[in-house]
Design a protein around this ligand. Sequence first.
Ligand code: PGA
Length: 258
Amino acid sequence: MNRKYRKTVIAGNWKMNKTPSETKEFMTQLKSIMPKGRWCDVALCVPAVCIPAAVRAMRETRVGIGAENCNANASGAYTGEIATNMLVDAGCKYVIIGHSERRAMGETDADVNAKVLAALEAGLTPIMCCGESLEQRESGITEEWIAMQIKLGLAGVSEEKIRKVIIAYEPIWAIGTGRTATPEQAEEVCEGIRAVVRKLYSSKNARAISILYGGSMNEKNAYELLAQPDIDGGLIGGASLVPEKFVQIIEAANQPTV
Ligand code: PGA
């Protein structure tokens, strides 16, 4: 983290978990134990049907609600899809884009890019995900692969808008596996992502952008991961489903930085 130059963001990704009733219950518990200080931004990205309950429950709090996906088109014949203006109107502030679980369902870098542009246009903060498979890591192409995902995902994002984008580095082999990247491994890639942003934009923009780590981040390993200079927060799956664990991760973001 480097709070001098950029925001620290702790974001939950509920994936396909919890009903609207369970959402209400979770938010009530979370509110009662939420740390008082304002040292980091907190987001919870929830299933679409849970958004109204989450927004209602967290209206007067510092927790921003987000979606887990969006469609890049403004409206039209896209059965089952949700447009960015609908998310804004429902009270969302964030949207996760290009999660590896969605990429595995066929989402391409071009889709990710179109969604990032649509989200920015609507005023949402996109949390754009990237990450390599175990096979890619073992063949030594992590750096190139991530650079490619970042370049393609950010194509056409203007100098003015880049600071609104949050990037999440999530190695696929670490997601939901309990096998977290070491702080050094995660830092190396996050530092590389910042270097790519520096080349595409400027040092100032690269310094200002928040880069999160995701993949089995939990209340035990969060402190060490967040202590890395280029890891500005976390995208948390499993541990964001339990209020106590999520709060402990938020607390880990309250550590001294250089
Ligand atoms: P995990 O998921 O924390 O359960 O590994 C992270 C993510 O997929 O965003």
